[in-house]
Ligand binder design. Sequence first.
Ligand SMILES: [Zn+2]
Length: 350
Amino acid sequence: MHTVGYLYDPIFHAHKHPNHPENSDRLESIMGLLIERGVLGDLLPLPFMAATPEQLCSVHRASYISALKQLSLQGGGMLEPSTYVNEASYDAAAMAAGAGIAAVAAVLSDKVERAFAFVRPPGHHAFADHGEGFCLFNNVAFAARCALDEFGLRRVMIVDWDVHHGNGTQDIFYEDPHVLYVSTHQMPLYPGTGRVGDIGEGAGEGMTVNIPLQPGIGDAGFASVFDEIVCPIARRYEPELILISAGYDAHWRDSLAGWRYTLGGLNVSLGGFARMAETLVALSEELCQGRVVGLLEGGYDLEVLSNGVLNTLYVLMGQTDNVSDPLGPYTGREPSVDHIVNRVKQVHRL
Ligand SMILES: [Zn+2]
């Protein structure tokens, strides 16, 4: 069995809102299932602290950090129509950023082989100068910055399988040659970015790999995307660390993707998420001594979310026999993914 660390703090529950899909019940359901299944005892709890002001400034503008702190100190409010802040949100977000940093530090200093951070608020829609889409600080960006700045890595790969495009993560590293950002996301859907032709700029040209998927794509499509794009591009890049922006809202039962678009959602199953995790773990074994760190992003159906995280942890631990899918696969028809796979391969010369 592999040593897997986890990062969790009760402060993450204090960022909450009476009527919002990104709420404290998400993490409560995850921790509840992990306790029920007795999984936490097989994992190593990793200590961590809130990101320091200096660390926060490595990803975000000082003006945004202080404005967010001020808003939280005043009792909170809305950053934009979908993103709330309460009195605990600044502290929770700074801890979530700190968790990303500590997760990477633990893996790169060989304290654990792999790690997963159960963080809220999520991060991949947070830009250097503003938060949006339920996100305040960009947790996976802190994880990448830690690897680059504190451990001297030169090639970090982020795989973002959340149903939404990680527009904040893309923007933060758009001109950075040291971070390969690969995102699968539904299109059309919020935030509307992540076109195939957006590949990075300047020294970062080619380092952003967007794979926009039409509604209805499920396990078969994701298997093709991972086999034909994610794996070959990882082997070409040879990352020294793989980070996963792990959202579970591409599941067929997650309704948030259909929230504003009645065409509604991707159709990944719990087994499909587990296979994606297996593929990334295998890639990390092949390319970077098994160094892989997952960070929680979205996922709004509580049964999907908790079982999705549980399965990911089983995969990280090497206990793939324990992976289960109580909800089963999507039973409808799945559109072909060939067209988009071919376009991405062409644009990135795969
Ligand atoms: Zn999402």
